[in-house]
Design a protein around this ligand. Sequence first.
Ligand SMILES: Cc1ncc(COP(=O)(O)O)c(C=O)c1O
Length: 448
Amino acid sequence: MGDAVLEYVTGFVDERYRAPSADYDGAFELARSLQETPPQEGRDLKELLDVIDRAARKGFDTAGPGFVAYIPGGGLYAAALADLIACVTNRYTAIAAPAPALVQLEANVLRWFCDLFGFPKTSQGILTPGGSMANFSAVVTARAAKLGERFLDGAVYVSEHVHHSITKSAAIAGLPRAAIRTVATDQRLRMDVSALQDMVAEDRRAGLRPFMVVGSAGTVNTGAIDPLEDIAAAARKEGLWFHVDAAYGGFFQLTERGHQRLRGIEEADSITLDPHKGMFLPYGTGSLIVRDGEALREAHQVHAHYLPDSSPNPDLPDFADYSPELTRDFRGLRVWLPLHLHGIKTFREALDEKLDLARLVYDSLVDIPELEVPWGPELSIVAFRPRGANEEDAARLLDSINASRRVWLSSAEVRGKTYLRVCIVSHRTRRDRIEECIEIVAKAAAEL
Ligand SMILES: Cc1ncc(COP(=O)(O)O)c(C=O)c1O
């Protein structure tokens, strides 16, 4: 079975460089044709792999080099091998006692995340299924630490470009919708910190309890980075929990340029980081690090008799005490194996390359007279739209670029206008495909 599956997946990886960046022909018909209930008698693996293969070919090719839409992840092969091992050994890592040494490997990865941002030894991280769940735990931790059990008058400050998972987190953390307070942004789409301070003061006068401010380190629309140092200072002055949503941008900290641009992030109380974005890992790998590990624990821990005894070692956490989850996959191995196999330097160089490629996209597109490219890339996203065009033209340009099937872009609304965006994060997106992308965009813009 293993041989057959490995033959299939290695073939799949090889094919990515030739495969269309999306294929929708008959996709929904195929989905309908696959409606079924499981059989009473087992079927042949080859036959089943064929079903999986036909299904996997339809939709966006999120593992391919041409996928520059949304926030790509790519999916490192070594992480898949780690998952295979993790699933077969099926060790229990939610609590330290059942597998202390494996839990240590996950704890090491999280300590490295904390060290990367200069967090103290008393900090603690968790691996989550993604950035949304990391943001959720951050909101719950901030709420518990700052407001206690009566929190309906709490207020959370975000910029208009914050990821919607923060708003969703606040809602499912029991805060009223009105608790999300949207702060204006400047020309570079970064939070206006003096507007933040005015809003906090006004809200206090109106009887609200401001408790949290969220800075984005790489907004999903344009990759804008909020002025983290200034937000940190304002948060300190106002006694707010300072969370940085660095789901997309956080791992650029590994590079010299990223480190410069993210200045101030090390002052955060908590940071969301998505290894399934900036570390090229497969979907399902997010993380949250919290400066005060005890605050994370206090917000999540509930005792139960039937669980094994707590970890006797303070460096070896019982992850279930720091997270909404109890039983979960052994995510740590999926991060640990690629990090140790390839080394940090490889990740740094790959991220540096993505910064260079985004700069190349920007420098090339600003020279195209038919395009408006308002913001230089802070990280690896470049947004643009047809100059002086209406929304329909922008949509037509996107369709025409994506019809190439060599690249797949998505769009975003910024200040009421639709922008197309190229986001370069997949490890498979290299210079050759980006040069081709630029040619495709230039041709489509000229023909619009
Ligand atoms: C800035 C930001 N925060 C949070 C998220 C949510 O992450 P996930 O999709 O892993 O839940 C995203 C996803 O793109 C994001 O870009």
